[in-house]
Design a protein around this ligand. Structure first.
Ligand SMILES: O=C([O-])CC(=O)C(=O)O
Ligand SMILES: [Mg+2]
Length: 228
């Protein structure tokens, strides 16, 4: 697990939304434009206390659809969370196809993870006990809600996982908001913060011009490409 980024730079990501940071990563050419973020198959179910979630990934995999004796104790997840310094986002890959037969996250597991101080849970599976989750102090991104626990158990903790098209390794920096979840490559910090600032200035110049008396259609049509 590489964790070279300065914790203050990681914390500063919370000042930005995911589209701004995605634009900044594109501008830095640190990843392909079409990867490194969750696809539309999951959404933010509860926001937690802030509008933005930032933390390093603790990963686990689960199944629920059929019974088997492949469970690992949930204490392994709790240990991994408690051993990672700084804010943590728990990422749970539901390996069932289709996923979502049973929930890992509900009132009980959520309360225990809240006690460990996590910032969020991301899963391609489903969650339950919605009323309680809304009151917990972390964000939840999931495919939606479900009724049952089914045969739910964790099968691995600490492996690379894929959730909603996003590949996540333990320790990866994750940033999420109402748009989805974005992985911030370690080497993007602190440059991504400065780049986001520059892009915001450029974008605001265009937006302000569009609303100003200086705006003109001929000038707009002259622009070969709106830079943003
Ligand atoms: O039964 C489970 O493990 C999931 C759940 O509803 C809870 O954590 O409360
Ligand atoms: Mg429950």
């Amino acid at each position: 697990m590489t964790t070279t980024a300065d914790p203050e730079h990681v914390a500063a990501l919370a000042d930005w939304d995911t589209p701004a940071l995605s634009n900044a990563l594109d501008a830095l050419r640190l990843r392909p434009f079409n990867g490194g973020y969750t696809d539309g198959s999951i959404h933010r179910v509860t926001a937690g206390p802030g509008s933005v979630m930032v933390g390093r990934a603790v990963t686990a995999r689960m199944v629920a659809r059929e019974p088997d004796d492949d469970a690992v104790p949930v204490s392994r997840l709790h240990r991994a969370v408690s051993e990672l310094p700084g804010p943590v986002v728990v990422v749970i890959e539901d390996r069932d196809r289709p996923a979502g037969a049973g929930a890992f996250l509900g009132e009980v597991n959520g309360s225990l993870l809240a006690a460990l101080g996590i910032q969020g849970v991301i899963t391609n599976g489903r969650v339950r006990d919605a009323d309680t989750l809304r009151d917990l102090p972390f964000a939840v991104h999931a495919a939606g809600l479900c009724v049952a626990r089914s045969y739910m158990r964790l099968t691995d903790v600490g492996t690379p996982v894929t959730v909603a098209g996003l590949r996540v390794h333990p320790g990866d920096i994750l940033h999420g908001d109402e748009h989805g979840v974005l992985r911030i490559p370690e080497e993007a910090l602190p440059a991504v913060l400065a780049k986001a600032e520059l892009i915001r200035t450029d974008e605001q110049n265009v937006v302000n011009w569009s609303k100003s008396p200086d705006f003109s259609v001929p000038e707009l049509l002259e622009l070969r490409r709106v830079r943003h």
